[in-house]
Every structure is written in structure tokens, then in C-alpha cells.
Design a protein around this ligand. Structure first.
Ligand code: ZN
Length: 480
């Protein structure tokens, strides 16, 4: 009885506030849904990081201490919940670093909602520490790939760890198929490691052992160089999975971040066989020599290349972009017998929606904005459409599109402001009519963090640090 009375007492002012808010415009509303994204909280690589499921958009990101956090937005009720801390990242540092080079950023979460509505995150890995044991498919790194699941379906309030994936992963990516099977793709260690997947047929309660698809190895001609890869996976047409990737010559001495070329292949999930765009069956795992011969989309020579995303049209033909050239991405598509020559589209990073073989839209971050670009002639020419967010003092870092997105929530982005002297970022959920707003009270989640920060560490010179970090974010992380 007492408990009931208490509930009623609390509910009455809440209802009154809601009515007042409805009546008096959107005072107290902000464009961001939280301000506690940390360092590089989101990226296109670890994906999906958000999914629309049964009326709600669930979003996962890297928050304080590089730990995984989750928020949810109920589209009908226009109500946010979270952030909720969902786990512990072993690579997190205390106190909060203020130097953008210090956070690792590789352990930011990828997210999927399973067939029963449970929300899964995989995070915390950068190849796995040496003490975790022998890594048969690569070389040790840092952290530990960790899997958590919500205790209840469609509810982000409580989480539990499931010890059922290899600890050696990084760049974790989920692909969910129409039959409910879920594939977890990742690099099995630090740079000099294979890319693999683990398959689950029971909503991520168990996973089959890792299967290698891209092979790392020492170059025969130069033992100082290992062949290594950066790859991006997504559901293709029907029961297929697309893989697009770039090559990294990983030098033992004189290491650089250089990456080149672009490649494509796809898996037929029915028998887990792979083929190239011409539908020639491939022998896996793919080596550098084999990829050059069978899966090459573009040879960039001495010009650098970085991964983008890959989506397919109704015919199953892939449309891809790679980050090649300064301030632009390059778009490619399979014409049925050859790759269409590359076309540059201004922007830094993002993702795309393939409406038909001729009509494609890209949502790209770049400069101080995030905007749609559209082609209606199969990618030969592109026009800029609406911008979903822009600010003269800030840059934005894109993530992959929200899985199964509601038009009101297409992509989560982080804001990077060059003038600030800390690494906390505001996060936005961008929909067709701009950011999804939230009462400031719910979006303000830093508490005393900034005050504490100033007490323990001197602030870096704001302009230099901000500018440097913004550039770094557009290029992606250090990827060690
Ligand atoms: Zn390397």
C-alpha cells in the first residue's frame, strides 16, 4: 500500500510536467541524446551499432572509461531511455585521458537484436592480451573481446556476460540473416591475424568455432612485411553475406598505417561457400596473391585506400565505396560483367542505401556536416541533397546506418568540437527531419566528470588537440 501511494505521488508531478511541456513548445530540448560518448564513441567499422526493432531504436556506443553504453528511443512515445552501462572494457583508463592518442577506441561496441528481442553487444577487444592463451589464427594484442546480452528482451536496463566468443577479436561486426542465424565477424588478433566468423543458430547463446576467410601471412619476397586486411561485412541479397576489404602491408620494422586497393567477395550461407562478383567459386581463406587475381575491385597502386561500406541492389549486385583521395570517397558498382570505373563523391565517411541499380543515396559526414548525396544514373553523377546536421565549429564522425532503420533514426553520429579540452562527445540520432531531440536533463550525463578532469590533469592546447583529433577521426582509428 505504501509503495503504491509513493508511486502515485511520483507519477502526478511527472504527468503535470509532460502536459506543460506539450503546451509550451520544446523549451529544454536538445538535439543530442547524450553527452557522454567518449573519444571515438562510434565508427562505421564496428557495426551495426544501432537497430530499429519493434518500435524502438537501440543504440550502443563507447562511453566513459571506453565502456559500452546503450540508449533506446521509443518512436511512438517519443521517449528516450538510458544511457545504461552494459559492461566493462578492459582497455579503459582511469582517470579520463584528455590526449586523443591515449584511448584505444577499438573496443567500441557492435550491437544486434536477436530473434527474441534480446540486445547483444560485443566490445572490449583489440586482439586479446597475451595472457588469454595461444592465438592460433593471429598475434596477440590488447583487451578481450567480450559478449554481453540484455537480461530481458527489449529492455536495456540490465546486462549479463556470455562467455561464448573468442577473446582475440577486434573490429567485431554482426550480420543477422532472415532465418535468424547470426554471424559474428572480426579480426582474430592484432594486425597480423586472420579475419574470421563465428556462426550462431540459437540467438547468440552458442557459437560455432571461428572460420578463417582472409589469411595473414609473411610475404615471400620480403619477410619484414606481413599481408594483413581491413574488412567490412553486411547481409547481401537473400541468404548471402558481402565482404569488402582493403589490403594492409604490415611492416615489422618501420610500421605504417598504409592500406591499398579494394576487394569484394560474398558468402552463400546455405553451404558457407564463397564466390567473387563474377560468381566464380573461391578457395578460402583468401591470400593476398589469390585476392589480387580473383576478388580485386580496384588497384590503387601507390595511392592509399581505406574501407567503406558495401550494399547490394535487387539483382544482388554490390555497390561499394572506399575512402580514397582527400575529402572524398569513391563509389564503385558491379555492372554484371565488370566494375564500373570509380566516381568521387565529396565526404569523409558514412554509409549508403541502394534503392535500385540506378538510384543510390549516401549519408556522408564531411567538413562540418552530415548530408545525403544521391545518384539517379547508377553512380555516374551525384548531387547533394539535404544536410541532417551542421555546425560551423564542429565535425561529425559517422557510423554505419541503423539496422532496419526507422526514417526518423537513420544514423548515430558523434560531434567533435575542436575548441573543447576533453574527449567527451555529444551523440546524435539523425533522421530524415534532423536529430531526434531529448529533454536536456536526460541528455546530460557527465555529472562531475569535467570538473574532476580539470582537477587531475592539465588541459591540452584546445585548438591543436581538437583539430588533430578531428582529422584523426575522419581517417579512422590508429588500428594498431
Ligand atoms: Zn600493421
Amino acid at each position: 500500500m505504501n509503495a503504491l501511494r509513493k508511486t502515485v505521488r511520483l507519477a502526478a508531478p511527472t504527468l503535470l510536467c509532460s502536459l506543460l511541456l506539450c503546451g509550451i513548445s520544446s523549451a529544454g530540448m536538445v538535439d543530442y541524446f547524450t553527452d557522454n560518448g567518449f573519444a571515438n564513441p562510434l565508427a562505421v567499422m564496428q557495426h551495426p551499432c544501432a537497430e530499429y526493432y519493434n518500435g524502438k531504436t537501440y543504440i550502443a556506443y563507447q562511453g566513459p572509461h571506453e565502456d559500452p553504453y546503450a540508449c533506446a528511443y521509443d518512436h511512438a512515445a517519443k521517449q528516450w531511455s538510458g544511457p545504461v552501462k552494459a559492461g566493462e572494457n578492459p582497455m579503459g583508463k582511469t582517470p579520463d585521458p584528455v590526449d586523443p592518442k591515449v584511448p584505444d577506441n577499438h573496443g567500441r561496441p557492435a550491437m544486434i537484436v536477436d530473434g527474441k528481442g534480446y540486445v547483444h553487444l560485443v566490445f572490449g577487444g583489440h586482439g586479446g592480451e597475451f595472457r588469454l592463451g595461444l592465438n592460433a589464427l593471429g598475434t596477440p594484442g590488447k583487451g578481450k573481446q567480450t559478449h554481453v546480452v540484455s537480461k530481458n528482451p527489449q529492455d536495456i536496463s540490465l546486462w549479463e556476460v556470455l562467455n561464448n566468443v573468442d577473446p582475440f577479436g577486434t573490429y567485431s561486426q554482426f550480420v543477422k540473416m532472415d532465418d535468424g542465424n547470426i554471424y559474428l565477424f572480426y579480426r582474430h588478433g592484432s594486425h597480423r591475424s586472420d579475419w574470421v566468423y563465428q556462426k550462431s543458430t540459437d540467438n547468440c547463446r552458442t557459437f560455432a568455432p571461428p572460420v578463417s576467410i582472409l589469411k595473414h601471412k609473411v610475404q615471400e619476397s620480403d619477410p619484414n612485411v606481413h599481408d594483413a586486411w581491413y574488412a567490412w561485412f553486411e547481409k547481401g541479397k537473400g541468404d548471402t553475406i558481402s565482404a569488402s576489404y582493403v589490403y594492409h602491408p604490415c611492416k615489422v620494422k618501420g610500421h605504417t598505417k598504409e592500406r591499398y586497393n579494394g576487394y569484394f567477395m560474398k558468402m552463400n550461407c546455405a553451404d558457407e561457400s564463397w564466390e567473387n562478383a563474377s560468381e566464380d567459386v573461391l578457395a578460402l581463406p583468401v591470400t593476398k596473391e589469390y585476392a589480387d587475381k580473383n576478388t580485386l575491385v580496384c588497384n590503387t597502386g601507390s595511392e592509399r585506400s581505406n574501407h567503406g561500406t558495401c550494399r547490394v541492389d535487387d539483382e544482388g549486385h554490390p555497390h561499394l565505396f572506399f575512402r580514397q583521395g582527400k575529402g572524398q570517397v569513391r563509389y564503385y558498382r558491379w555492372l554484371g560483367n565488370a566494375w564500373q570505373p570509380p566516381v568521387a563523391v565529396p565526404g569523409g565517411d558514412g554509409d549508403m542505401i541502394v534503392e535500385s541499380p540506378q538510384v543510390v543515396r549516401m549519408l556522408l559526414s564531411g567538413g562540418n556536416e552530415v548530408c545525403w548525396w544521391k545518384t539517379t544514373d547508377g553512380g555516374l553523377t551525384w548531387g547533394k541533397e539535404s544536410c541532417l546536421i551542421s555546425s560551423p565549429g564542429s565535425g561529425y564522425v559517422a557510423s554505419a546506418l541503423v539496422r532496419n532503420a526507422n526514417p526518423d533514426g537513420r544514423m548515430a553520429v558523434s560531434e567533435h568540437n575542436g575548441a573543447q579540452n576533453h574527449l567527451y562527445r555529444k551523440l546524435f540520432l539523425l533522421g530524415d527531419s534532423g536529430p531526434v531531440r531529448r529533454p536536456e536533463e536526460g541528455a546530460s550525463n557527465l555529472g562531475d566528470r569535467l570538473k574532476n578532469l580539470e582537477a587531475v590533469q592539465p588541459a591540452p592546447k584546445p585548438d591543436k588537440a581538437g583539430k588533430k583529433h578531428r582529422n584523426k577521426s575522419e581517417e579512422g582509428d590508429g588500428d594498431e
